[in-house]
Ligand binder design. Structure first.
Ligand code: 16G
Ligand code: ZN
Length: 534
């Protein structure tokens, strides 16, 4: 096997002097730099699968909301979760090995982790629509072949579909089976669950979906074959930005990141006043809702809003089902969550909120500590996870009234509708549509549940972002020394003031977030804190 790996590796030389790091979303950079990285990630996938006794590992080639010339690669653990933390370091180590040391590092990892080379290794993989994808897939294949790994190529998928299929593959034929192991199985599961959850309720008007010209476009078109029309207890969807043939339009002036950061609808959107709109990102694992309010202009309904909507709906259902006292329901957010949303969950919904560092893996992990854990980043990445105890309660509780029976049935449907492996724009969209239909809400009513505190996010170029060290879920700076005291002093001068600074995990910059009672105060606070960290 060693000589095969050596020969294959020589076809994928590492760019000299480049240092790679497996970050919050795997490896991500200009696609031209990625060939050796993807090859070596293939080696890591083989090791990880063998270490786990031949369970299937997922490999996704995508750069999400990044521009078309970028690409990236990340690994998915057997239950559809993000790669275990310690393995990020092994991936980084192998990605940075000199060409002549690849086999040595591969072997030493195998020895250190006590991996039996005779164990079978299995991988499934997919990619988004970027033109660099097929060539990177070839690098991955070379690694899988050199390590004798069995594989399935799912070609084009959204990131959450690959997470889903990874879990389905590993649970097939067991009582924990997560669904049929096919793309079609995914659509069927969602379509069936949506119909059950909707119970014939009607959505109001139509929903315009901006697919960021990414893989979400064709996949949504496919999903719609399994979704009834609005008049039939489903939803009427108008798809925009679904051009996956013109490479340069991916994420360009559209998509969740554009809408969230620019605070405006994509120019291509023709939606009228008060009409529901949503935007996916390039690999459809993020979703943001919004609408135009004739009185107040553009209104964003971001991840915080989806989390509060889901938590309130599920909380109500649990009460109606007579399960409120036995299930721990909670919400997980990051420091970027608007303070008003946190207050709404704690005070109005009466549910606990946990704050974690940025990055889905942290939120997901914290959410699994609840029986029903709702987690969302403000940027629209999130989902709901249910504990075994919650699933059991939903399926075994004897209803004592028709209302209880109905609540239990809706809860069961939700556990199938929600992609519990990772945030999923398609599944999250159907969840929001279901809830709005049940509540007979337009986006306006959803928007009125609480009022966001004015806030500002600034990106600050610094000489070295690594000197910024945080604690307290990134809300407190421990280094550079003294900076946090100065931040605290400034914040104390602002009504409802809150601010923090953290090094970005994906860009060479520090991000400053500030909130205050008024727009101008939030801007002022953000620019003062930015001045402090510069
Ligand atoms: C990554 C994370 C995303 C997070 C973002 C923060 C995953 C899959 N993705 O894209 O959740 O919001 O990083 O970026 O975990 P930043 O560190 O540059 O602010
Ligand atoms: Zn994404």
């Amino acid at each position: 096997m060693d000589s095969k790996i050596l020969a294959a590796s020589s076809k994928h030389p590492k760019p000299v002097d480049h240092v790679f790091q497996y970050g919050t979303a795997g490896f991500r950079m200009k696609a031209t730099l990625l060939d050796s990285v993807v090859f070596r990630v293939g080696l890591v996938a083989a090791l990880r699968s063998r270490k786990l006794g031949g369970q299937t590992i997922g490999v996704m080639i995508t750069a999400s909301h990044n521009p078309p010339e970028d690409n990236g690669v990340k690994l998915v653990d057997p239950m559809g979760e993000m790669l275990e933390n310690s393995w990020e370091a092994y991936s980084t180590e192998l990605a940075n090995a000199k060409d002549e040391d690849v086999v040595k590092v591969y072997r030493s990892l195998g020895e250190k982790l006590k991996i039996n080379p005779d164990t079978a290794s299995r991988v499934i993989y997919a990619r988004d629509t970027r033109p660099s994808g097929p060539k990177l897939v070839q690098a991955l294949l070379d690694a899988l072949n050199a390590t004798g790994t069995e594989y399935t190529d799912y070609k084009l998928l959204t990131t959450p579909q690959l997470h889903y299929l990874t879990r389905c593959t590993n649970t097939e034929g067991t009582p924990q089976s997560y669904g049929e192991v096919s793309e079609k199985g995914y659509y069927e599961k969602l379509g069936k669950a949506f119909k059950r959850a909707m119970k014939g309720k009607k959505t109001v008007g139509s929903l315009t979906v901006d697919c960021a010209n990414g893989v979400g476009g064709p996949k949504l078109a496919e999903l719609l074959k399994y979704i009834p029309a609005g008049s039939d207890g489903g939803v009427d969807i108008k798809i925009i930005n679904d051009d996956v043939l013109k490479a340069e339009v991916l994420n360009h002036e559209c998509g969740a990141d554009y809408v969230k950061t620019k605070q405006r609808a994509p120019p291509t959107s023709k939606a009228g006043n008060n009409e529901r709109c949503c935007s996916y990102d390039g690999d459809a694992d993020r979703i943001i809702y919004y609408f135009n309010d004739p009185e107040h202009g553009f209104r964003l309904l971001d991840g915080d809003r989806i989390a509060t909507l889901a938590a309130s709906f599920i909380g109500d259902l649990a009460r109606e089902a007579g399960l409120a006292s036995e299930l721990k329901i909670g919400v997980v957010q990051t420091a970027y969550a608007n303070g008003a949303s946190t207050k709404y969950v704690e005070k109005t919904l009466g549910l606990p909120v946990v704050c974690t560092p940025t990055g889905v893996k942290w939120l997901h992990h914290a959410a699994t500590k609840f029986d029903v854990g709702v987690y969302f980043e403000a940027n629209g990445h999130g989902t709901v996870v249910f504990s075994q105890q919650a699933l059991k309660a939903f399926s075994t509780k004897e209803p004592e009234s028709p209302a209880q029976a109905s609540a239990l049935e809706t809860l069961r449907a939700l556990t199938d509708l929600i992609n519990q492996t990772v945030g999923d724009a398609l599944s999250d969209m159907l969840l929001v549509e279901t809830i709005l239909a049940h509540k007979s809400w337009t986006p306006k009513e959803w928007d009125l549940t609480y009022t966001d505190l004015p806030n500002r996010l600034v990106r600050v170029e610094v000489a070295d972002r690594n000197i910024f060290k945080t604690t307290n879920a990134e809300r407190t700076l421990v280094e550079p020394q003294g900076t946090q005291d100065r931040i605290d002093q400034l914040v104390s001068k602002f009504k409802d003031g809150r601010s923090f600074a953290r090094a970005s995990g994906t860009e060479d910059a520090v991000r400053v977030y500030a909130e205050a009672a008024t727009r101008s105060e939030a801007d002022d606070l953000a620019s003062k804190i930015a001045g402090l960290v510069k």
